[in-house]
Design a binder for this molecule. Sequence first.
Ligand code: GLN
Length: 450
Amino acid sequence: MSSYTEEFESKQKPADYYAKLYEELERINEKFNAFNVLVKATGNGMPFSVKDNICVRGIETTASSKILKGYIPPFNATVVDRIIRTGRFSLIGKTNMDEFGFGSFGINCDKPAKNPLDEGRVPGGSSSGAAVATALLKYHVAIAESTGGSISAPAAFCGVVGFTPTYSVLSRYGLIDYANSLDKIGFMARSADDIKIMLDITKGLDKRDSTSSSKPIHRVKHNNLIIIKELMDKVEDGIKSEFYKFTDKLKGLGYNIKTVDFRDIELSIPSYYLIAMSEASTNLAKFTGFKYGFKVEDFSKNYNDFFTEARDKFGEEAKRRIILGTFIRSASVRDKYYLKSLSIRRWMIDKLSMLLKDAFIISPTMPILPPKIEDANRMTPVQNYASDILTIPANLGGFPHISIPFSYSGELPLSAQVIGSHFNDYGVISFASDWEKNFKYKFKYNLGDL
Ligand code: GLN
């Protein structure tokens, strides 16, 4: 086992360790905006952070949305509770993100986080701050969340390990929902072994989340790796050639690699976005300024003005998704879009499950390098959504997957994503762990000895 958590636990720490860490984080946060809230850690555990759409008792939780400004949850999310109860971890802050999880680059919020490996570029999203914090800090693990790639994408763009479990393995209690049938809490860290520690602690049934599962997760290691041709066609040439060098090394370790056709895998994008937006528009309907969300004080206003004042606090992408999601669910087009998307999801799960019976699926994590901030801001919504092509199939199907950095292209990290069958969560983690042991990836930042 080579985990930073265990290394931290066996390390001598000065008495003012957490005070120094806090000061240092205040300083670097000015530059990188990784945290929405910094917390003065108590205890003596491994520093950990929580994405800002996951509730922590007594600490402002806004999902980077103005509509939730000032919301202080009176309870902990189950995953947070389970981590804290061990006494092995100390909270250092709530991490920045795309508002409500809507985005792939971390730019859909008021103060976007910056990529530490190149400040002119995006860190990836929606769990942008979790990835930035993990890239900056040697001793730190992050609780993040993915609906359609929000752990893999930023982990890849910042060069850290990002794990998304099988849907239902981690309780969603205390998560501010984006799309309930797709949301998964997961982790980022600097090693697969740290992720295993977090998963051991947090997995399993929670009576407060009726979709959480009591099914045990397992560890089946496969020697067969599948590459999907149609996915590789979407990858930029430079990334493709580095990825094939990586798979050549895997061949050298004894893995069999096979390329297969999966025509129409691209349909996962519209299917995912239509389902996700439908559910998102329903979830956001409660933020009216009446019971939930920004409080409108003036009750003399008429109906439209009252609700408009509150709902105008949503950012542009959130508004777009509310409008599209509401349309998709409307009676006249429901069958054409929403139900069709559900049947594509079912078909996708069946096809991918067949491939995953005795193999892992492997691909680069992202088809592009982290774009420059101004280029990302210029992308159309459809171009933006298309960048999720490699991360969405696993998310749409609820399959466990892990993004592992394997090399650099100049200053920018390159990562591969490995997908396993349902409940083979330990299988993909141990694949990543084996990879790390064989090939040492070098992290660029270690803030002093913190
Ligand atoms: N980019 C995807 C979206 O915007 C995924 C985001 C996520 O996983 N929260 O929906």
